[in-house]
Write a protein that binds this ligand. Structure first.
Ligand code: ADP
Ligand code: SF4
Length: 688
């Protein structure tokens, strides 16, 4: 551990009082969802416990529904509808307290943000409005009795939260996801009673709820207000320069802690592609501390201790809030405390973690493959069990899968030879990081390269393209093949399961051709049947290199899957603003010398478009030649290989997160003598 007194980061480890409770340091894991929620309580507990173990002074839940009229089904968030939900929460607070951290709970009533698909209760809102999730459901306007009930639900939930052992109870008016925020906004609140109209009326319910919750939790528990102070909608929404500041002034001393951010979620959890800088929320939230004497927590994808110290010393924040940086590295505070800055696994701002919540599956992280696996697989982000015997292992390919596999094998004590065909490690993250907005993707490789450098039992062979004979010649009996995948030229993809036939066609390029700097004509088309980020970002890159770009996709919008990473709207807007021509709901019928024939996916009507080249972003083929050859040669070996496994994209092309996970899993399974590292399943009864 470094000498904290003389550390430039000492201020981060000062205890800070939050009303009647005290956080042991300034590291604050703000509420964040996990896709685990009320259906996976043990996984949830282990995840939060790991954060506390890693040094976060405050560890919060995700949003926790307070009543069946706030039912986010099918999404899996937290629940505290009645007393039967208490034991799962008690398990969470016990686990967090074991590490001397404070436990916070974000109580929410979602109002017109919840369609109540499970409970079938008509949603409620300040005024009659359709719900903002895509269901044919409307929320009904609340009457005075409803308002009274809502206040009581908050009180009841706050009392349950106390029984469950929480130290900080939240009142939530953020992300445009909470009834208490909907009341604040004139676009949703057109009431003519004392809860609508001028600001003091629109704030009334939030103020009453804060006071109710204060009374409900007693004197030994803190209350926090999470407020979105700006919606980035100009005068069409809440603005920090206007009502955002007025609300903070009006409520300044009521909560014990202000947790402030920007709304909606896509602004708060902006990806690095759209907000590359650490501390990007400062310009909206910095005013808050000037209006209250209470401590303030805010976020901004903080991963560098220097930036964190600057926030504290300049009086911007009292607590360094983090969701994603605490997901990518649950041990970030302890690493700073120990002076091990180079071992921080920095968040890359890709929002794969967010996507898991949006598709209702357990959280995952590109940088941290153990995220969400703390309980079900028993994985720890920093501790790797030592192998019973040290083996010699060959890993081929130093992309995300090969690097992660090598690192985890080496940590188990194996001697690893990592062979890479090119002169650089990183594989796809290295090449893709040159695309606009993706520079942070390099962190996947930089972190692992840095870790490998200090391990004596790893030998890295760059500029070494291995073939099957080379593999056999090494005499190594455990071989992992992480040679990646290549984009297909034949257009095979979801829309064209048998590919596209080209005769006398314009040049048909792949993303690899673009990365290789191939000469490009002026007028170029990108065909995106992949629907994640690459098609859209290549269109952007080609535009910047001076081409006239058309993006064609069979989907109804650009980069459709990035809806889940909260980017689709931003990508589509950016491309339109740049002047990229976008053609949606069209597939390729044929590719001519200077023309593309497109067919509408609904009517099959044909249309012709001029182009001089086309870039196919449709699907990838595993680069598994070495694997297939070694497999064939294996039969003739005197001593057969004990392990021959493909990992990452070489096994099945997927996300970078999946490649890292695949490498991690394979490394762990080597230590299990051929058995599989299977995961445990939750049994809800057993936690009661
Ligand atoms: P993944 O995402 O699965 O890690 P990548 O495509 O990012 O896959 O990385 C694969 C890496 O493997 C690349 O750096 C590539 O240069 C390397 N590679 C491919 N074939 C060979 C080979 N025969 N020998 C050594 N390295 C290879
Ligand atoms: Fe950061 Fe991406 Fe991990 Fe989320 S998934 S924490 S954005 S690295």
């Amino acid at each position: 551990m470094s000498d904290l007194k003389n550390s430039p980061y000492a201020v981060l480890f000062e205890p800070v009082a939050i009303g009647p409770v005290t956080a042991r340091n300034r590291f604050y894991q703000v509420p964040h969802c996990t896709g685990l929620g009320h259906a996976n309580p043990k996984a949830e507990v282990a995840l939060r416990a790991t954060k506390a173990e890693g040094g976060w002074g405050v560890v919060c839940t995700q949003e926790v529904e307070i009543h069946p009229s706030s039912d986010l089904t099918p999404a899996l968030e937290g629940r505290l509808w009645d007393d039967q939900d208490i034991p799962a929460h008690r398990a969470m607070t016990n686990a967090v307290h074991e590490h001397q951290s404070l436990a916070g709970i974000e109580l929410v009533h979602n109002g017109q943000h919840s369609a109540n698909m499970g409970t079938r209760i008509p949603p409620i809102a300040p005024s009659h409005r359709p719900v903002d999730v895509m269901h044919p459901v409307q929320a009904r306007a609340m009457d005075k009795q409803d308002i009274k009930q809502l206040r009581q639900w908050y009180v009841d939930a706050a009392k349950r939260a106390r029984v469950a052992g929480y130290d900080i109870v939240y009142v939530y008016a953020g992300h445009n996801m909470a009834t208490l925020m909907h009341f604040l906004l004139p676009r949703y609140n057109d009431r003519s009673d004392e809860y609508g109209g001028k600001l003091v009326n629109r704030v009334r319910l939030l103020k009453e709820t804060l006071c109710d919750v204060r009374d409900a939790v007693g004197t030994d528990c803190a209350i926090a207000l999470r407020l979105a102070v700006d919606e980035l909608l100009g005068s069409g929404g809440m603005q920090a320069s206007d009502e955002g500041a007025e609300i903070v002034s009006m409520l300044a001393e009521i909560p014990d802690l202000w947790d402030v951010n920007i709304s909606g979620w896509s602004n708060d959890s902006a990806t690095a592609r759209f907000e590359p800088d650490e501390g990007y929320q400062e310009k909206y939230t910095a005013f808050v501390k000037k209006l209250t004497s209470k401590p303030v927590v805010g976020v901004g994808r903080f991963t560098s201790p220097g930036a964190m110290v600057s926030q504290i010393n300049r009086g911007v924040l009292d607590f360094i809030g983090a969701a994603r940086p605490s997901i990518a590295d649950p041990f970030l505070p302890n690493k700073i405390l120990a002076g091990e800055l180079e071992s921080i696994r920095e968040c890359i701002g890709c929002n794969i973690c967010v996507s898991s919540d949006n598709v209702v599956s357990a959280i995952r992280c590109t940088q941290n493959p153990t995220m969400g696996e703390e309980w079900r697989r028993g994985w720890h982000p920093e501790k790797m069990p030592k192998a019973s015997s040290s083996e010699q292992v060959l890993v081929i390919g130093a992309g995300p899968a090969g690097l992660e596999c090598t690192l985890q094998l080496a940590r188990q004590g194996h001697s690893v030879l990592l062979a890479e065909a090119t002169r650089n490690v990183g594989g796809r993250v290295l090449t893709e990081s040159s695309l606009p907005g993706l520079a942070s993707y390099r962190r996947v490789s930089d972190y692992r390269q840095q870790q490998l450098r200090v391990l004596p039992n790893v030998e890295l062979l760059l500029d070494n393209q291995l073939n099957a004979a080379d593999v056999v010649d090494t005499g190594i009996e455990h071989v992992f093949i992480a040679t990646g995948a290549k984009w297909r030229r034949d257009g095979l993809g979801r829309q064209h399961p048998q590919g596209i036939l080209y005769e006398d066609a314009m040049p048909v390029l792949t993303p690899e051709d673009i990365f290789a700097g191939k000469q490009l004509p002026e007028n170029i088309t990108v065909y995106d049947d992949d629907h994640y980020y690459l098609g859209g970002v290549i269109a952007e890159a080609l535009h910047h290199s001076g081409c006239h770009v058309t993006l064609v996709t069979p989907a109804n919008c650009v980069s459709a899957w990035t809806e889940h990473t909260l980017e689709q709207h931003k990508i589509h807007t950016r491309l339109l603003m740049l002047g990229v021509r976008i053609i949606t709901a069209q597939q390729i019928k044929s590719v001519g010398k200077k023309r593309l024939t497109l067919s509408c996916i609904y009517t099959e009507n044909l249309s012709e478009h001029e182009s001089e080249a086309i870039v196919m972003v449709t699907s990838r083929m595993p680069s598994d030649k070495v694997y297939q050859e070694v497999l064939t040669e294996c039969h003739d070996l005197a001593t057969p290989l004990r392990t021959l496994k493909r990992i990452g994209d070489c096994l099945a092309p997927s996300t970078v997160a999946a490649a890292v996970y695949s490498g991690h899993l394979a490394a762990r399974e080597l230590g299990l003598d051929g058995t599989k590292d299977l995961y445990r399943r939750e049994s809800l009864q057993s936690i009661q």
